[in-house]
Design a protein around this ligand. Structure first.
Ligand code: ATP
Ligand code: MG
Length: 482
């Protein structure tokens, strides 16, 4: 299954990738351009600690007899997880485990000098603790095969027996650098990383949230337009491309509304113009039928039936066009739902059993005639397409600020692929396109127009195991009573 990442997650992941790449590029730059060892850079925060440990050790060495210096270094090695050695002059080992120093380290020991003159260590006044000896900044040598890190700190060296001060070096070695807490303390790095991430996150957050909010608003607007509701509200405060997209969507909605309204007005005008000639034709046919004899009378009766069908189609078209006209022209009032359902059931059921379950106190804001027409169409459909298949159930329930009215049957339902189109004008499922079931395919389109004119929504779904359920959701009446 394809994992869907939200826009904010993608941007934040990109931000992380971006920061990682910057760190890598910076590392390469430090290595190649500045000719500085990355390790030495990473060692920087630990320099202070290495220096102070070395100075303390130097002080202890000063007060330790030569025979006990090995033991002192071994203790320190165990405490810090590294190996300490002591060298004198230009590379003569004084204490620490025997070691065969790599040439680079020897070279470094030979080269190293205190900056300036070697300080003479003053002897502490009697009875006072000795001052910590000075030291040079630590140096780092990295040797390969096997990988080993060597850190050296220059100290002035003097023994309890010999008051003469000579150059000494405390050498510390470890096969690991980054995973050895003595050399590398990850805490400041983790803190710095967290700070960089937090600052980046705080900088980006308002932008990400703004984009997300605007896209969400536009998504909702597009969904509303797809449902045929063009009164979309997209805030105009943004001046960037997203703001322009919002303006374009608003203009598109306005244009589409114009087209749809124009189409409905056109349909309505044609239907309206056809009404009078059809009425005159029906009247003329009725007179002719009275005068006609034999087969002529039969033909005229057939003709009258056709004209009556045409007339009802034209009336449906008129209803459809009228219901789709702008909501502002519709007068909404509080309508009792149970009463409206019962009246429609009494009129449309034609002996088919219909079970009604509606709280008699439920009221909705709607245009009474539109609600009546919607319910009539739904119950007529249920009777027509599922009347033979058992009881029809009509229910009304309160759902938050809305009231949900459901008309459900046990008939064949609608093929899933047709559920989307079923509210389109003149759409009929293939099986029902015969004269026996006789509809024009305008019923559900009228339901949709009427419900939307009352600021409601309509949807339908197939029931399990069979049957269709159409749901009308209308705003509940505001003065209570639910
Ligand atoms: P009209 O209502 O204009 O007389 P119609 O009933 O064919 O004609 P709609 O009410 O819009 O038109 O219904 C469209 C199609 O949906 C119907 O032709 C029918 O195929 C299908 N349909 C509607 N209601 C049901 C239902 N309760 N059970 C099964 N199919 C249904
Ligand atoms: Mg119908």
């Amino acid at each position: 299954m394809k994992r869907r990442l939200s826009l904010s997650t993608k941007i934040l992941l990109l931000l992380l990738l971006n920061l990682t790449l910057i760190v890598i590029v910076f590392g390469i730059f430090v290595r190649v351009q500045l000719r500085l060892e990355l390790e030495s850079f990473l060692l920087a925060p630990a320099r202070e600690r290495i220096t102070s440990v070395s100075r303390l050790l130097a002080l202890e060495l000063e007060n330790t007899e030569e025979s006990k210096r090995n033991e002192l270094l071994a203790r320190n090695s165990a405490a810090h997880g590294v190996t300490f050695y002591l060298f004198r002059g230009e590379g003569e080992q004084v204490a620490g485990p025997d070691v065969d120093l790599p040439e680079q380290v020897r070279e470094r020991l030979r080269r190293g000098r205190f900056r300036g003159r070697l300080p003479a260590l003053p002897l502490p006044p009697a009875g006072e603790p000795a001052a910590l000896p000075p030291s040079s900044p630590p140096f780092l040598v990295v040797t390969g095969n096997p990988d080993m890190y060597w850190v050296g700190v220059r100290i002035p060296l003097r023994g309890p027996a010999s008051p003469e001060t000579v150059r000494g070096t405390i050498l510390i070695s470890s096969p690991r650098l980054l995973t050895n807490p003595f050399f590398f303390d990850p805490k400041p790095w983790l803190g710095a990383t967290a700070a960089v991430l937090l600052i980046s996150f705080l900088c980006w957050l308002p932008l990400i949230r703004g984009i997300k909010r605007s896209i969400e608003q536009m998504k909702q607007a597009a969904e509303r337009i797809a449902e045929g509701r063009f009164d979309v509200r997209i805030p105009t405060s943004r001046g960037d491309e997203i703001g322009q997209l919002g303006t374009a969507i608003r203009r598109m909605a306005a244009r589409l509304e114009g087209f749809v309204q124009g189409q409905r007005r056109f349909l309505g005008d044609i239907a309206h113009e056809l009404c009078s000639p059809l009425a005159r034709m029906q009247l003329a046919l009725a007179i002719l039928e009275r005068k006609a004899r034999g087969s002529q009378a039969n033909s005229i009766a057939d003709l009258r039936e056709e004209v009556a069908d045409m007339s009802s189609l034209v009336n449906e078209l008129l209803s459809f066009s009228k219901a789709g006209m702008k909501t502002a022209e519709v007068k909404l009032s509080n309508v009792n739902v149970a009463g409206a359902i019962q009246r429609v059931v009494d009129r449309e059921a034609n002996g088919t059993p219909v079970h009604v379950e509606a709280d008699p106190r439920l009221e909705v804001t709607a245009e009474p005639d539109y609600l009546n027409r919607s319910l009539s169409n739904l119950i007529r459909n249920a009777v027509r397409y599922a009347g033979q298949e058992g009881k029809i159930e009509v229910s009304a329930n309160s759902a938050g600020k809305d009231v949900v009215i459901k008309v459900a049957d046990n008939g064949p339902g609608i093929p899933d692929e047709a559920l989307e189109q079923i509210f389109a004008p003149f759409y009929r499922v293939e099986d029902s396109r015969d004269r026996r079931t006789g509809g024009t395919g305008l019923g559900l389109a009228i339901v949709k127009s009427c419900v939307e004119a009352c600021q409601g929504t309509v949807s339908c779904r197939n029931r399990i195991p069979t049957g269709l359920e159409v749901e009308i959701r209308l705003p509940a009446a505001t003065h209570g009573g639910t």
